[in-house]
Design a protein around this ligand. Structure first.
Ligand SMILES: [Zn+2]
Length: 84
């Protein structure tokens, strides 16, 4: 599954056995084109981030978005991100 995170085209790739209703931290995630590993970290009481080990890509979003479906809805509603 590919999820476009930003308007610039940053896209996260999940393993092939991951579906949209699954938790974000299941399996390995990678940054498409860059190929770096993506880590998910809680960064405050309310927010978490995706960060790329290779290129320093970082995207901050609310902790309550714990599945790919919830993240997709959020990305559609925020000017910082976009689901393509
Ligand atoms: Zn990267």
């Amino acid at each position: 599954m590919n999820i476009q995170i930003t308007k610039q085209g940053d896209t996260i790739e999940t393993q092939s056995n991951v579906s949209a209703d699954m938790n974000l931290n299941y399996g390995l995630l990678s940054h498409r084109f860059c190929s770096g590993f993506i880590d998910i970290n809680q960064i405050s009481k309310t927010h978490q981030s995706f960060s790329c080990r290779r290129c320093n890509f970082r995207f901050v979003f609310p902790l309550v978005l714990n599945t790919w479906n919830k993240l997709r809805k959020y990305l559609k509603s925020t000017p910082n991100g976009r689901e393509g």
